[in-house]
Ligand binder design. Structure first.
Ligand SMILES: [Cu+2]
Length: 131
């Protein structure tokens, strides 16, 4: 008796939840797959720049067009990274301590990256045409 009253209550609920999540999965799976492939195809080499001692390290970097530069904040206060030129603009927003933000360099040229919080922080990124 206990099993019979418990089953109708639990099974339909469980079944409904499963159907919804399966439907949801079927809807998002192709999107996730396409985004994943698209990102993989679009992104080039990866580079890492550390933010420590109120400096970018390294202070100069040469990358191919399409490369991703990860900006990793090693300090206990917020940093930031942005570039603002007629040819290329990018902005990580605030980078909290211990976190990382990316900039994808989609244009060839030589760009100076700065931290909006610490004006002395400068990084020169040379982006070559070769991807
Ligand atoms: Cu900073």
């Amino acid at each position: 008796m206990l099993v019979l009253t418990a089953r109708p209550a639990v099974f339909p609920a469980g079944h409904t939840a499963y159907s919804i999540s399966q439907k949801y999965l079927m809807r998002i799976l192709p999107v996730v797959t396409i985004l994943g492939l698209g990102a993989g195809a679009a992104l080039g080499a990866e580079f890492e720049v550390r933010q420590s001692d109120r400096l970018f390290a390294p202070a100069r970097l040469t990358v191919g067009k399409g490369s991703v530069v990860h900006f990793a904040n090693d300090e206990t206060y917020v940093h930031h990274a942005f570039v603002d030129t007629p040819d290329f603009k990018a902005d990580t927003g605030d980078i909290p301590p211990g976190e990382r933000r990316d900039i994808v360099f989609t244009r060839a040229g030589t760009f100076t990256i700065r931290c909006a919080i610490h004006p002395q922080m400068k990084l020169v990124v040379e982006v070559t045409e070769k991807e």
